[in-house]
Ligand binder design. Structure first.
Ligand code: BGC
Length: 781
């Protein structure tokens, strides 16, 4: 993508300077706009050509049966898939009776710019129709951060060579035809015509369609209104049918005249509200947007983003590509979360239908950390969504014969819909990942109301799960057997170190929270005996260590397995899960994604520095990174153990995952966790930020390539600014009361008048470990 000649590297935007149909689907993902509630892929205004048309409403999905060749007890029976909802983006144009279609006539110029500060997608192109008429078309699109239900487009046409007759059709279209998706199992199962019509109207410039889904029983409405400006005579008419609402405008433009259409679109859905209620909801949202007006929406968008960037920007001197990539990443992660409001944050955000629109542990482990320190409100909302799904998680635990709650590995509405339990339900670590996100959010914000109302319940129910899932052996040691850790190439392992350490933290945090909030805990039936049992289990938790090798075992017995034949694996045989059977992968030493290495990052205080270096050296040659979640974690730990060059290569891989389409599936949607991993790599990798102790800790170190790295973080109502060069780091407070932090082990207080500057200690350079043959980071670029 970005290495494609059509893309430019710029600090505050993503610019495409020519239209290349070979990367059209990818461009639709990178130019997607969303606020976490409404998502519009960056499809062309006129709808065609397209890679994958997409409009999404967070939570709107359809159910489908999950067939099994051999069924088993507790297998989920129903799958959930995100659906393409009513398309409100469409604006078709006829120039002297020729449809504006870039595949015909001549596209003289084309440019799209995603402006990361303004939150707008601009397009300008000049097109000569097959009959020789030339027009300039400009459009600007937004999905509003301040009006949650609203998306809007300003669309302009001007003739460039004499008078033209124009017909503009602005539409709402339901059940669009979708292209056939690929055979990749990770790509959403296509659902044909999921929307059933309930009501349609067109009155003046206003359109509305209401539909419902057949099995998930959701009702959704889309409405649009328009402001039309053109020379006299400009005429409008509107019509609607089951799946189409259409405003048609006709006008004649002379030289120097411009036609302009402003289109406001509102969306709403509900699983419980009646048709009149949902209809009124979208009409009300539209009325609100009309009163704000196009310019008002644009101004509010800017204000919202100014505030975000003030607290979230990351400056990178020395690598323009990474500078662009990290801002692109921050913007898209914000888009995924900003207004999700008690709905899941899917692995692809609302940028595509990949992974069926499911939400995984990606949210709590990769996405929420970034938001916690830059825009914390969506974090509380995302965790409240998890709390809202506790009834399903409790029922799932009962079904599995467990206590507390078992959160789903993948879901949209809260129940498990992973049909492959070894890399689904067995990945119990998601429960501890949710607990860790609660602890991180509370400690970063000091939000006690949240802890009392939401945190305690999530911590208690997940602690109960761990206590019932594990067991004490005859020596009193606590084991958690038969689980799948982050490495999905080793399923059903015993004592996975990542899982055990995260469960240990979960059990301790639950006991602590129950003591702080005795009333809430008692209401959940927690007594002192129960918290004592959690503490005992935590204290006795097994952490598998192999003293002969001087390293931790990823899971008990892992290092005894045969090592995968990396030399005999062809480059085109990656990702391995699409070319080799799991029965083979599961019994070999081959790691899909950082597992023990992730444990060393998130639970770093459970390891000695030397152990970290040895573990890293051992696991690095076994890790193939068949998941986009790996590179950022390997970046962080490579930096910590002193391999700064390698860390930088990993950063590049995480940062450019979508801009370079490294996994060849950006067309299905962006890799939101890897985007968040760009921030993680810079802040936790080169900034050395760790948050597992009472005070935030930093151990900065820059790779050779960078001259400077600066970032801000929101911590308990303060804004901390960290500015790192090769020789020194300055910690300054731009907002709030004095803050205690630690730098390389020294605790200090930073206040608004007293920034603190310290020298940066370069790490001792160790020999770099090798990666599996052909899997060095950077090999994809
Ligand atoms: C990874 C999982 C991840 C999922 C969604 C899989 O390939 O192995 O860890 O949650 O993708 O991103």
């Amino acid at each position: 993508m970005i290495s494609h000649s059509a893309y430019a590297v710029e600090p505050w935007c993503l610019r495409e300077t020519g239209l290349h149909l070979d990367v059209l689907a990818q461009s639709e993902s990178v130019f997607a706009l969303s606020n976490g509630h409404v998502g519009w892929r960056g499809n062309l205004d006129e709808g065609e050509p397209h890679g994958l048309p997409g409009c999404y409403l967070n939570g709107v999905h359809e159910l489908h049966p999950l067939p099994y060749a051999e069924a088993g007890y507790g297998f989920p029976e129903s799958g959930q898939t995100v659906i393409n909802v009513t398309n409100g983006k469409l604006i078709r144009l006829l120039v002297d009776d020729e449809p504006f279609d870039v595949r015909y006539g001549r596209l003289r110029s084309h440019e799209r710019v995603l402006d990361l500060r303004a939150g707008l997608l601009h397009r300008v192109c000049e097109w000569t129709s097959p009959a020789g008429r030339t027009v300039r078309v400009r459009s600007t699109r937004l999905v509003s951060f301040t009006h949650r239900a609203i998306a809007a487009i300003a669309y302009e046409v001007e003739p460039l060579d004499g008078q033209v007759n124009l017909v503009v059709q602005s539409e709402l279209v339901a059940d669009e035809q979708l292209p056939e998706l690929t055979g990749d199992p990770r790509v959403a199962a296509a659902l044909e015509s999921p929307l059933q019509p309930e009501e349609h109207t067109a009155v003046g410039t206003r359109l509305r369609l209401v539909h419902c889904t057949a099995s998930s029983d959701l009702r959704l409405a889309a409405a649009a209104d328009h402001v039309v400006q053109g020379p006299e005579p400009t005429r409008t008419s509107s019509e609607s049918s089951n799946d189409v609402g259409r405003l048609t405008v006709t006008t004649v433009l002379g030289p120097g005249e411009t036609f302009r259409l402003e289109k406001l679109v509102s969306y709403g859905w509900s699983g419980v509200r009646s048709l009149p209620a949902v209809r009124d909801q979208v009409e009300a949202a539209l009325a609100g947007a009309r009163s704000t007006g196009w310019q008002g929406l644009v101004d509010q968008q800017r204000e919202f983003l100014d505030d975000f960037w003030r607290h979230a920007d990351v400056e990178v001197d020395g690598d323009a590509e990474i500078q662009q990539a990290v801002r692109f990443a921050l913007f898209h992660v914000l888009q995924a979360g900003a207004r999700a409001e008690q709905r899941p944050l899917p692995a692809k955000g609302l940028t595509g239908s990949g992974y069926d629109g499911h939400c995984f542990w990606d949210t709590e482990t990769f996405v929420l950390p970034l938001l916690t320190y830059t825009s914390p409100e969506p974090v509380a909302e995302a965790l409240r969504w998890r709390q809202g799904t506790l009834p399903a998680a409790r029922a799932r635990a009962r079904q599995l014969g467990l206590k507390g709650a078992t959160f789903p590995w993948r879901t949209i509405e809260g129940s498990e819909c992973s049909g492959y339990w070894p890399a689904g339900t067995a990945a119990f670590h998601i429960n501890a990942d949710i607990a860790a996100a609660v602890v991180r959010y509370v400690s970063a914000t000091g939000d006690e109301d949240f802890e009392r109302e939401t945190g305690v319940e999530l911590l208690v129910e997940t602690a109960r799960l761990w206590h019932s899932l594990g067991h004490h052996d005859s020596h009193g040691r606590f084991h958690i057997d038969g689980v799948t850790g982050p490495d999905e190439y080793s399923a059903l392992a015993d004592d996975n170190v990542y899982t055990n350490l995260m469960a240990r933290a979960n059990l301790q945090a639950a006991a602590d929270a129950a003591e702080r909030h005795a009333g809430e805990a008692a209401a959940l039936g927690v007594d002192q005996e129960e918290t004592a049992r959690w503490r005992d289990a935590a204290k006795a938790m097994t952490v598998a260590y192999n003293s002969a090798l001087g390293i931790h075992e990823q899971s008990a017995g892992f290092t005894r397995h045969q090592v995968w034949d990396f030399a005999g694996t062809l480059p085109e045989e990656y990702p391995l899960m699409l070319h080799f059977p799991y029965v083979d992968l599961y019994r070999k030493q081959v790691i899909k994604q950082a597992d023990l290495v992730l444990a060393m990052y998130l639970c770093g205080d459970a390891f000695e520095h030397d152990q970290k270096a040895r573990n890293f050296a051992y696991y690095e040659p076994l890790t193939v990174r068949d998941s986009s979640l790996s590179a950022c974690v390997q970046c962080v730990m490579a930096a910590e153990v002193g391999h700064l060059r390698l860390a930088y290569d990993y950063l590049g891989e995480a940062a450019l995952m979508d801009l370079e389409d490294l996994e060849r599936n950006t067309r299905d949607g962006l890799h939101i966790a890897s985007l968040a991993g760009t921030w993680m790599g810079l802040v936790a990798g080169f900034g050395g930020m760790r948050d597992y102790a009472d005070v935030l800790h930093f151990a900065p170190r820059l790779p050779e390539r960078l001259n400077r790295l600066a970032f801000s973080m929101l911590v308990r109502g303060r804004c901390l600014h960290v500015d790192i060069t090769n020789s020194r780091v300055t910690y300054a407070l731009t907002e709030g009361e004095p803050l205690r932090i630690s730098h390389d082990g020294e605790t200090m207080t930073v206040s608004r008048n007293t920034p603190q500057t310290r020298p940066v200690k370069p790490p001792t350079a160790l020999p770099e470990p090798a990666q599996p043959a052909g899997r060095r980071p950077g090999h994809l670029r």
